[in-house]
Design a protein around this ligand. Structure first.
Ligand code: PGA
Length: 268
């Protein structure tokens, strides 16, 4: 963590809590986030819970006088409207109260065939709709085994760099090694730092100021007990949390770890 960048903790609920339980979970997260300083929080419910979550957190924020947590969608289709049965546009997300969206999650790349070019287009269209994209990159176990981690991650990043530059820091990058997602295995803090530093260096080649501003999250089995060591790395600016974001106590502990690190006067 670098105190020049506000740490961001984002919870990716995946296909969980699409109904009333989503608003309940978001309310609990909003109440925890309101007690913390120096950390930004986002939750990403399924489409069906987005409007209720956005309304719930806005109401609690108003009652308590604290800023509302961010609300992200997990996906969208990068066309404004039309004959795209089953799809949802960026402006529809904004209408539902979203201000963030995850793009290029490895599950979308692997299960739904999203390519680097498609992910880049989504990042661009999200920014045009004033949504903050969380652009996910990450290598598979085979790619890591073949020594191709940086090659893969930087290829995915380069495809989206024009959008990131146009976004002037409104976009966030998430490094999520595919082998660490939902597996309980996570990159060591040093491994994460190495990739995060390479991502920042790559951004810096295009725009040094942008590289300094852009938050790079780590994702992949982030839990209450490993969050502080990962977030303690100089180029790790937050976390994209899957499984542990479904548990209020665990997600709250990750938020607290980030706030605690952010409050340390000498943190790197
Ligand atoms: P995980 O998921 O924390 O359950 O590993 C992370 C993600 O997929 O964003």
């Amino acid at each position: 963590m670098n105190r020049a960048r506000t740490p961001l903790i984002a919870g990716n609920w995946k296909m969980h809590h699409g109904g009333a339980s989503g608003a309940e979970l978001a309310a609990a997260v909003q109440r925890i986030a309101a007690q913390l300083r120096g950390v930004e929080c986002v939750v990403a419910p399924p489409f069906t819970a987005l409007a209720a979550v956005a309304q719930t957190v806005a109401e609690i924020a108003e009652q308590t006088g604290h800023a509302s947590i961010g609300v992200a969608a997990q996906n969208f289709y990068p066309e404004e409207k039309g004959a795209f049965t089953g799809e949802v546009s960026a402006s529809m997300l904004a209408d539902a109260g979203c201000n963030w969206v995850i793009v290029g999650h490895s599950e979308r790349r692997q299960l739904f065939g999203e390519t680097d070019a498609f992910v880049a287009k989504k990042a661009k269209v999200a920014l045009e709709a004033r949504l903050h994209p969380i652009v996910c990159v990450g290598e598979t176990l085979e790619e890591r085994g073949a020594g191709a981690t940086l090659e893969v991650v930087l290829r995915q990043l380069r495809a989206a760099t024009d959008a990131l530059v146009a976004g002037k820091g409104a976009a966030v990058v998430a490094y999520e090694p595919v082998w660490a997602i939902g597996t309980g295995k996570n990159a060591t803090p040093a491994d994460a730092q190495e990739v995060h530093a390479a991502i920042r260096k790559e951004l810096s080649a295009r725009d040094a100021g942008l590289a300094e501003r852009t938050r790079i999250l780590y994702g992949g089995s982030v839990k209450a007990d490993n969050a502080a060591s990962l977030l303690g790395q100089p180029d790790v600016d937050g976390a994209l949390v899957g499984g542990a974001s479904l548990d209020v106590a665990a997600f709250g502990a990750i938020l607290r770890a980030a706030a605690e690190l952010a409050s340390r006067p000498t943190s790197a």
